[in-house]
Ligand binder design. Structure first.
Ligand SMILES: C[S@@+](CC[C@H](N)C(=O)[O-])C[C@H]1O[C@@H](n2cnc3c(N)ncnc32)[C@H](O)[C@@H]1O
Length: 249
């Protein structure tokens, strides 16, 4: 029997999920950064800042980061700003349209050689074993069809002693906020998607994919199974987001 994967509220053949996800991000690429600000009321900036703080890029030695599902380069920009002159970020994403926006942003910010954009699937990385000091993925892992495969690849390309950080939506567990969040994500986000990005359906997918993502303990178990050690997570904004981390030791 063919393997299946969740796609929004539907279950689709595993082989179809990536194409459907690619269509979502092709559709929203040009409006993606604006939509992030509107949908999260600017909070995604604080969540990404927390990721960069946890990453703590060194100021005075070489530091090679792989930012998986890095899209428009938002995390890369922040890491380069926080790190030293020897910081290099490889933004890897499967979607050429998201990367095109990222390249334009990198040019505007005059990032030069500090960032490289690579079109690739997180499930089959075109990088050698143990080639990065750290690997990050922000709001990307739930879009990947074979999460275990992507985690194994992240582990493979990480140097011994390297850190893995994953920012992802989680489950709100604050009474009152959970109801508000439910109403907001079910109604406001697709409406914003329709008005601003001309695409309510893609944003409905994003909301549903959040709902179906494994709980923090279940995701921690997946990280341990991929080989990561000292796995932990930190809940932010009442559970809207979790920052997961692990080490390759
Ligand atoms: C919600 S966006 C996050 C972008 C960026 N990390 C951020 O936080 O702004 C999800 C990204 O995951 C990418 N993506 C989905 N499946 C992927 C895969 N299998 N391999 C690599 N990137 C993937 C999409 O193309 C999209 O750019």
């Amino acid at each position: 029997m063919e393997e299946t994967a969740p796609f929004g509220s539907r279950t689709v053949p595993l082989s179809d999920k990536q194409t459907l996800v690619d269509n979502v991000f092709r559709s929203v690429a040009r409006r993606y950064d604006l939509m992030n600000d509107l949908m999260s009321l600017g909070l995604h900036r604080a969540w990404k800042d927390a990721l960069v703080t946890a990453l703590d890029p060194p100021k005075n030695r070489p530091f090679a980061l792989l930012d998986l599902a890095g899209g428009t380069g938002d995390v890369a920009l922040r890491v380069i700003e926080a790190g030293g002159p020897q910081t290099h970020v490889t933004v890897c994403d499967i979607n050429a349209d998201m990367l095109a926006v990222g390249r334009e942003r990198a040019a505007v910010h005059k990032l030069g050689d500090a960032v490289t954009f690579t079109e690739a699937n997180a499930e089959a990385l075109p990088f050698g074993d143990r080639s990065f000091d750290a690997v990050t993925i922000a709001f990307g892992i739930r879009n990947v069809a074979r999460i275990e495969t992507a985690l194994a690849e992240a582990f493979r390309v990480l140097k011994i002693g390297g850190k893995f950080l994953c920012l992802e939506f989680s489950a709100v567990d604050v009474p009152g906020l959970d109801r508000l969040y439910e109403l907001y994500s079910r109604n406001v986000i697709p409406a914003l998607g329709r008005v601003v990005a001309g695409d309510a359906e893609s944003y409905r997918y994003l909301v549903e994919s959040i709902r179906r993502f494994p709980s923090p303990p279940a995701f921690e178990a997946m990280l341990r199974a991929a080989g990561f050690a000292r796995v932990t997570h930190k809940i932010m904004t009442g559970g809207i987001v979790a920052l997961h981390s692990g080490w390759r030791l």
